[in-house]
Structure formats: C-alpha cells, structure tokens
Design a protein around this ligand. Sequence first.
Ligand code: CO
Length: 145
Amino acid sequence: MKIGRLNHVGVATPDVEAAAKRYADLYGASDATPAKAFPQLGVKVIFVSVPNMQIELIEPLGEASPIHKFLDKNPKGGQHHMCFEVPDIIAARDAMVERGATVLGTGEPYIGAHGVPVIFVHPKNTGGVLIELMQDPALYDGEGA
Ligand code: CO
C-alpha cells in the first residue's frame, strides 16, 4: 500500500463561513461550497477548492463532535489533518494494522464528508500529524463501507 494524491487538508475552525471568507479575501480562493451539515459525523463543512486540492474547513456540530477537543486546545482553529487518496480503503486499513499503526474508532472505514469511505490514522504514528486515508473517488463503486 502506497498513498496517492493529496486530496485535502483539514482545517478546524469555530466558524466555517468566517474561515471561508478569510481564504477568499486574503488569498483569492473564492471557489467554496455552501456550508453543509453532517450530523452523523458531528461536523459542518465548507470545501474551498484550489487547483490541485481542497481545503476542508471543519466546524464542530453537536455535543459529541470530534472537533471540540481540538478547538479546546486551539480555540481559534488550526490545521487538523491531511487526507490522501488510496486505491482500496480496505487494503489500506489492513496495511496500517499490519504495519503497527493505530486506526481510530472501530477500525472500520465509514463514509466521510466526501461521500467515500475513510479511515483516520492516529497522529502518534506520523509525528503528531493526523492522517485521513480516503477511497479514491474515481475507483469507488459504492461498496465497502
Ligand atoms: Co478530511
């Protein structure tokens, strides 16, 4: 298993609309999606597209949101994770386990904000960087999560 394209960088923020406006006003990155709520994931998300990838702006949604802990430590927000595409999310998960990494949650891939299965690898395995692995959308047939 070898990671592929960088799909997006996740940025946690207390306010996705304000964050998207900053990327537009300061950097001219105005190609942003409307905010979308994912109650099952505990997040509200805006994707800002740049030519080679996206910035995933993430705001906590609901009491059980996984983003609260991050914002407690970084109240103004900050870089949260990097996401790489993989050709086969199950094979990638198995490779992570085999190589001794810790896959967060149940260890089973689940559908993320991009509509394809994802897993997260514990930051302790990557020098403090939380890594998301995402099924390559071009190779996703709707099965496997
Ligand atoms: Co992500």
